[in-house]
Ligand binder design. Sequence first.
Ligand code: ADP
Length: 493
Amino acid sequence: MSKYILAIDQGTTSTRAFLFNKEGELCFKAMREVTCLYPKPSWVEQEALKLWVSVIDVVNELLVISNKTMKDIHAIGITNQRETTIVWDKVSGRPVYNAIVWQSRQSLNICQKVEKHRDYIQEKTGLLINPYFSASKIRFILDKISNGQKRAESGELLFGTVDTWLIYNLTKGKIHATDHSNASRTMLYNLKTNTWDDDLLKIFNIPKVMLPEIKNSNGDYGIASFFSKDVHIFGVAGDQQAALFGQACFYEGDLKNTYGTGCFALLNTGTQPVFSHNGLLTTIAWKLDDEIYYALEGSVFVGGAVVQWLREEMNLIKTSDESEKLARRVEDSQGVYFVPAFVGLGTPYWDDNARGAIFGITRGTNKAHITRAALEAIAFQSKDVIDTMQKESSLEVKILRVDGGATKNKLLLQFQADLLNCEIHLPKCLETTALGVAYMAGFGSKYWTSLDEIRKNHCLKEVYKPKMDQKLAYKKYLGWQQAINSTRSFKVK
Ligand code: ADP
């Protein structure tokens, strides 16, 4: 009987587990929600033990649902919410503080203290100083617990992102490891030497002994001995990089954009890092065997969330799907532009102070125009990111691969194709994050033997080709730029 690859996806709001077969088809899935704690405004934490327990629960549930046992599993892959930071006691295996979630701002003043190293840090890590990344979170924990620094220096404490924490537990404390894609989000990893960087460790005063070993994304992470039968863990990657892989974006110039609450675009820039001057992050895509691939990453803060806002706050629609039907009632947005800068603006503007605005309203404007403008804003913002990527990498993008909840919206995807003047490919399997890490685990364990074999599994559901006259598309985009500029210059005194 043929075996499956088990992919575990530990995310901010849920832990999910999937079984994929040799054809890359999603056969079974199970899900558990996980909760966040908000101890203070802008602090976000999770109970690390609960994250681990959620994984055991969800895997057991998956086996029951699928009527399979661990004997049916060829290998395990793990993908995870990135940057979230856990520190635990090496002897007891118990966390010394809650997991500090990537979104949490609690280490902001640690970041402010190292601000003078901004350029140096960006040059080494490809990242912009921000509490998102793990380094300042580790520092926060060591400062917070009693004797933190001393205990860390003496080797009593271990650090890990969520992948590392799960591997440590699954292997009953035998393996303390991460992969290059996760390591590159800690702000302690040097993109050129591809290892932990002593100067960065010094800046944050973090002892090296607490850091995990960095392994290939399709490397051997030991045996998960927690279930009825031992199975090897063979693939690990951060969620966005896993999604890039799951979209078969294996080579330079391949690009994906995920349309979820926010939008995350990643461009594979090949075997050399490309550094940005316009707010894109440089990151490791993966290391497979001996080859490292890099990516440029850009993010839109409010993507599908604008539709949620129309639904929940404005009551213009009852379901997210209705947004398309309503927007189609009008031929175009009639010059209405919606800038959903609810929480500032991400790439390439990085403007914390910007706030949302709607422009171009006339007496004839109705809710269909506003809804259409809101959907168009998701595409305009994504174009801002993707244009910046093309400019900075000198790579021309011919195809954009898409996933995420808002890709159900055909009007949005067609408008995106028109704006970018490129094809948009929507895959059959939208669980690209889990699929990506399943591919890595399967590649590492010889379930699949080549990237070509994996690529053959990549099936498309739909292709969108540009239809709009490009002069008109350009004119619409100029209007958007004007709207963005006006939004940014609006300041309440
Ligand atoms: P996340 O993983 O960030 O939670 P998902 O990929 O599950 O997000 O996508 C959810 C988002 O997609 C929500 O913000 C929702 O408003 C949006 N969305 C869902 N369906 C549609 C639709 N048909 N049209 C536009 N947006 C949609």
